[in-house]
Design a binder for this molecule. Structure first.
Ligand code: TYD
Length: 210
């Protein structure tokens, strides 16, 4: 595909959302068409699935099936067409979140999630994933400071520890794709590191383009 697919990941409260706008502005300044979106969500149906997902308790299997249903819709209607047109797509969470939350947090295991991923988006994965990492107790303090806490954010410290471990395990297995940022550092430092990763990808894309 002509555009690049960049995903933003991390446990709740790790601080990913604050960097998406900066990346968007950075790429736009370079003349790159950018589209930002999120999962679950990103389409009308996907946003309805997001509301069902966040507002109702359900089995771990149902959670996994819902996020992948929303994902397929999102890929077909938004992500793949945008990438085909040459836009870069910035996505607030993607399949690594399913490995972390449903595979790790809910303990479904990585192999179940890998099967779903292989079926829903065979041979497609992000060009770059930015993983924002923070110890769960510090992340929790940030989430509590926001006021409204959803059902996933309300989960136990043990759940969030499993989520974090699953994310870090994926980063260890795919260090070229998944760049980890320690968000205990100041926002300015993390932002510089993030933009350096994005600049490297943009430079590389510019050199390989015919
Ligand atoms: P999040 O992206 O953190 O949105 P906000 O910044 O508005 O809180 O919320 C989405 C939640 O969905 C988050 O707790 C993680 C969860 N999630 C999964 O459990 N599995 C998935 O595959 C995805 C994409 C998200």
């Amino acid at each position: 595909m002509k555009g690049k697919f960049i995903t933003f990941e991390g446990i709740d409260g790790a601080g990913k959302s604050s960097h998406i706008d900066a990346v968007k502005a950075f790429l736009s300044d370079r003349g790159i068409a950018v589209r930002s979106t999120r999962e679950p969500g990103g389409t009308m149906l996907g946003e309805r699935i997001r509301a069902l997902f966040l507002e109702n308790s359900m089995s771990a299997h149902t959670e996994a099936l819902l996020v992948f249903a929303a994902r397929r819709e999102h890929l077909e209607r938004v992500v793949w067409p945008a990438l085909e047109e040459g836009s870069w797509v910035l996505c607030d969470r993607f399949t690594d979140a399913s490995f972390a939350y449903q595979g790790g947090g809910r303990e479904l295991g990585a192999s179940v999630i890998a099967k779903l991923a292989d079926w829903v988006h065979p041979e497609f994965q992000p060009d770059l994933t930015l993983l924002f990492d923070l110890p769960p107790d510090a992340a929790r303090a940030r989430v509590d400071g926001r006021g409204v806490v959803d059902r996933i954010e309300q989960e136990s410290a043990a759940f969030h520890t499993r989520v974090r471990e699953a994310y870090l395990a994926r980063a260890r297995n795919e260090p070229e794709r998944i760049h980890v940022f320690d968000t205990r550092a100041s926002l300015t430092i993390v932002r510089e590191q993030v933009l350096a990763s994005i600049a490297a990808l943009a430079d590389h894309a510019a050199t390989v383009r015919p």
